[in-house]
Design a protein around this ligand. Structure first.
Ligand SMILES: NC(=O)c1ccc[n+]([C@@H]2O[C@H](COP(=O)([O-])OP(=O)(O)OC[C@H]3O[C@@H](n4cnc5c(N)ncnc54)[C@H](O)[C@@H]3O)[C@@H](O)[C@H]2O)c1
Length: 457
């Protein structure tokens, strides 16, 4: 890594070319900050392609696990971590090592505050930890989902003001070489979806200037089959939000139609299957007990918040949020009605929840509607048990403290009602229907099975 002063420094173009050479020769050292669901697979992908990779995290338990080749994400086998380690991958909390990276990719959380406003503290803390160790020629990429403007308005000033040196962010004009390059490139992964390999998901990149765009595209082009350069960081940030808002709004639409169909005695699942035969103009979305995960329930509100700065009300987002947020409470009403139809009160009823992760076949509980449903059932006096092959216990999270142990499936018959909240593939639904006294199915997991015990909602 060159150590430069303003007077002797090469141009931004020379730094860019040096960076591209390092990418092509696989000698560019990649630093990935935030080794969670996004950062860890990305670090492994770069390692697989022959790059020297260092992962940074503030969570020591993750670093200890990775250092001993253990995995904390169930879809990442330990063998993959062991292989990456044998190829030089290291995890560390020592940010001084940023100084020997060529690219620094930030994949830290972007949650909402309790008042549903963007919480950028993880990004700002990360940038502050990185800034003292920045060197000319490095590329900094933000991958965390956030509102348009974050890279230019938050990251860039922190880099330039916090550095205490002459280091600037490259902005096209012919300048000396005391520059770092800054870009935004959203992560577009769909957890649990194995139909598209991660490297086949086209990678959007938007730089603060053309040099940043070019080197970010070059870097990602070495691990992704296709990169899509866009004209600015703002376009890249907004692209990711459009994708997630599209999902959020369409899920809300189908959730609302499901509530109507239930009242009208029409099977929404049959309707969606029929509509899906249209060869154009229709993409199916499926109803469920509510939204979950770190993205769809949260990201749209990053944009609503930013829109207020422009005196703009994002009504679709607010309405979709309102409908989706109400879904878990509707589910509790359906459970109460199903019990009532069998002359049982919710208060005192034994209710078994099947599947607590926010979607099938993944080990992610963040924002899962199951949490709200379990808490609401408990508040109503139900005795709640749960089963989920991915969660032996549910302890304390950011917004909950349940302290429940996973109940064996064999105990199903002891419960007044079994509620299917997440349709994990490993469940034998025919057996569940046979063993249960009453089933409330929120995912159409029992399709094809016929029993008076099943209530679909
Ligand atoms: N999970 C997904 O499927 C997904 C998909 C697309 C986009 N995203 C976005 O990617 C970003 C990361 O999400 P994730 O699911 O990987 O989160 P995560 O919580 O799984 O991982 C984030 C990691 O960052 C670490 N971290 C927090 N503060 C840090 C700091 N100051 N320095 C270093 N490490 C720090 C945490 O310890 C954690 O290991 C979010 O903005 C999210 O919206 C996530």
């Amino acid at each position: 890594m060159p150590t430069l002063t303003t007077t002797q420094s090469p141009s931004a173009i020379a730094l860019k070319e040096e960076f591209v050479d390092k990418v092509n020769s696989r000698t560019a050292h990649i630093g990935v900050i935030g080794l969670g669901y996004v950062g860890l697979p990305l670090a492994l992908l770069f390692t697989e392609q022959g790059f020297p990779v260092t992962g940074f995290d503030v969570d020591r338990s993750k670093i200890d696990m990775l250092t001993s080749s253990r995995s904390y994400i169930c879809r990442i086998p330990e063998a993959d971590i062991a292989l990456a380690t044998s190829h030089g991958f290291q995890a560390t909390a020592d940010f001084e090592r940023i100084s020997s990276m060529d690219a620094v990719i930030i994949c830290v959380p972007t949650p909402l505050t309790e008042y549903r406003e963007p919480d950028l503290s993880f990004i700002t803390q990360t940038v502050r930890s990185v800034v003292p160790y920045l060197k000319p020629g490095q590329l900094i990429v933000l991958e965390s989902t956030t509102y348009p403007g974050t890279t230019a308005e938050i990251v860039v000033p922190l880099v330039e003001e916090g550095n205490g040196s002459e280091l600037r962010v490259s902005r096209n004009e012919e300048q000396g070489g005391n520059v770092v390059f800054v870009a935004f490139s959203p992560e577009r992964e769909d957890p649990g979806n194995n139909t598209v390999a991660r490297s086949d998901i086209p990678k959007i990149v938007g730089g603060m200037d053309r040099y940043a765009s070019e080197i970010a595209a070059e870097l990602y082009g070495s691990i992704f089959r296709r990169t899509i350069p866009v004209s600015s960081t703002g376009v890249a940030e907004m692209t990711k939000l459009l994708e997630n808002i599209y999902r959020c709004v369409n899920i809300a639409l189908v959730n609302e139609l499901k509530l109507l169909c239930l009242r009208m005695g029409i099977d929404i699942w049959e309707v969606i299957a029929a509509a899906s035969t249209k060869p154009f103009g229709f993409q199916p979305f499926y109803p469920g007990p509510g939204l979950g995960g770190h993205c769809i329930p949260i990201d749209p509100f990053y944009l609503s918040w930013k829109a207020k700065e422009f005196d703009f009300a994002t009504r679709f987002i607010e309405l979709a949020g309102e409908i989706n947020m109400a879904m878990p409470y509707h589910m509790v009403e359906f459970i109460a009605e199903a019990l009532n139809a069998r002359s049982k009160a919710l208060k005192g009823a034994r209710v078994m929840v099947l599947g607590v992760s926010y979607k099938k076949d993944i080990d992610d509980l963040r924002e899962s509607p199951a949490i709200t449903i379990i808490e609401t059932l408990q508040k109503s006096g139900a005795v709640v048990g749960y089963n989920d092959p991915y969660f032996p216990r549910i302890g304390k999270g950011r917004k909950y403290d349940l302290q429940l142990e996973c109940v064996p499936l064999q105990d199903i018959g002891q419960y007044d009602c079994v509620v299917i909240l997440t349709d994990h593939s490993s469940y034998d639904y025919a057996q569940i229907v046979q063993d249960a006294q009453l089933i409330v199915d929120t995912r159409n997991a029992t399709r094809g099975l016929s029993s008076t015990k099943i209530v679909r909602c």
